[in-house]
Design a protein around this ligand. Structure first.
Ligand SMILES: [Zn+2]
Length: 164
């Protein structure tokens, strides 16, 4: 099973930089591709290729074997992209995001904020209580902020992530 391309792209943007996307698209579905061939195909120099591969290697998304070039006498590295690693990273990152959104939801649902009707101030409950629920600029009574929309937007993000 392969991972959807757009999920991989999102992951790459997050962990390795969006410049690695064309490289990965080229490398996927191939094995043991010479770094010189990658450079040629992407029309960049081999140092740029190595730099990107290094970033991807940090997350075990690529690995290499080296072979000695018989004519030139030096070693050439041949690279393979690991779809399975990418897949499990996509899942890990999504789980982490869901986790942190759930924490945020928990926090936000416990907090209440109070705002001045003329938008001078917004205060957390304790602060608002200290000020007798009055705006320190104009003295108007503070209103409790409607959290419904904010919470619903967090819930929606969680649902979308879980569905994907
Ligand atoms: Zn005010």
């Amino acid at each position: 099973m392969t991972v959807n391309e757009s999920l991989i792209e999102d992951l790459l943007k997050e962990i390795a930089g969006s410049d690695t996307i064309p490289l990965v698209i080229y490398l996927r579905s191939k094995i043991n591709v010479s770094e010189f061939k990658i450079a040629e195909k992407l029309d960049i120099n081999v140092n740029q290729v190595r730099n990107m591969l290094y970033r991807l290697g940090h997350y075990n998304l690529v690995s290499s074997i080296r072979k000695k070039d018989k004519k030139k006498g030096w070693y050439i590295y041949y690279w393979t992209f690991h779809d399975n690693e990418a897949k499990s990273l996509v899942i890990t990152f999504k789980k982490r995001k869901v986790e942190s959104l759930k924490n945020l939801l928990e926090e936000e649902s416990q907090m209440s904020y109070f705002t001045c009707p003329s938008n001078h101030v917004t205060m957390a409950f304790e602060d608002a209580m200290e000020h007798n629920f009055k705006c320190r600029e104009c003295g108007k009574l503070l209103k409790e902020e409607d959290k419904k929309r904010k919470l619903e937007s967090i819930r929606r993000q969680i649902r979308e992530l879980e569905a994907s």
